[in-house]
Design a protein around this ligand. Structure first.
Ligand SMILES: [Zn+2]
Length: 265
């Protein structure tokens, strides 16, 4: 499978000098196109207020139409209608904004995230899952992951073979209840999209230099801070192991996006 690494939403949150990207995967499979997350979409560009809530004032959103996934899919010469499946790491607005641009697509997520979106429990969940992100009635496909199914050191995984063999959904809670990583086998290597399990490469590669504002933001929006810390430790160990066939990326780190783009497909 060939993977295109897209930035579907530049941001400059207060106190984060490098800014944020929204790293979205566009995967070419034998039967169609798959997106991992969507970044921001055309409805966000048109009217961001109801789509993002008050956090838009902190996030410094660029809101460039050319960055939306649907415009980039078309610019690459594909028919957006061929995007048949979208796999979400989680349902925060900066990951789901483009869903409404692909209303025909099946939207895959963990059953835990599906439950959190439809039945929010905490005040944080009630405020983060905005109804405007799903008022186009997306086709949600929740997946129950089996604790016994392992992918590398992760348990609670499921190969989404109904989309394509070699795409694995991995439940990694912490940022949200049902947060997931998505591993994709290109044939040459695996790309592990770890979503918002960490924001900055310095949180896992030992290089430090993590902006304080970013650490604070991560804590404020965490569903479970203990799990977030545990995920940092676990992903730091995975990073340190330097598995030669593994490329780890997250959503918002610009350096990791550039690094992934420079790896031959
Ligand atoms: Zn995010």
């Amino acid at each position: 499978m060939k993977i295109h690494h897209l930035n579907a939403g530049s941001m400059r949150p207060i106190g984060v000098p490098d800014g944020f990207v929204c790293h979205v995967l566009l995967i070419e499979t034998d039967t169609g196109l798959v997106l991992v997350d969507t970044g921001l979409g055309l409805r966000d560009i048109a009217d961001i207020g109801p789509r993002f809530g008050p956090s838009r004032f902190l996030m410094g959103l660029a809101l460039e139409e050319a960055e939306t996934a649907i415009r980039q899919v078309a610019a690459l010469g594909f028919d957006p209608k061929d995007v048949r499946d979208i796999i979400l790491t989680h349902f925060d607005a900066d990951h789901t904004g483009g869903l409404a641009d692909f209303p025909w697509a099946n939207v895959h997520l963990t059953s835990q995230e599906h439950d959190a979106v439809l039945h929010p429990k905490s005040q944080l969940e009630k405020s983060r899952y905005l109804a405007s992100q799903r008022d186009h009635n997306p086709i949600l496909v929740p997946h129950t992951l089996s604790p016994g199914d392992k992918w590398r050191e992760f348990s609670s995984t499921k190969e989404l073979s109904e989309i394509a063999p070699g795409i694995v959904l991995i439940h990694i809670p912490g940022h949200t209840r049902g947060h997931a990583g998505v591993a994709v086998n290109t044939g040459e290597h695996w790309v592990l999209h770890i979503g918002d399990c960490f924001y900055h490469h310095g949180q896992v590669d030992g290089s430090g230099n993590v902006p304080l504002a970013l650490r604070g933001m991560e804590q404020v929006v965490a569903a479970d801070r203990g799990q977030v810390s545990a995920n940092h430790e676990r992903l730091s160990a995975l990073w340190a192991a330097r598995q030669p066939d593994l490329v780890m990326i997250n959503t918002h780190d610009r350096q990791l996006l550039e690094r992934a783009r420079n790896i031959p497909a």
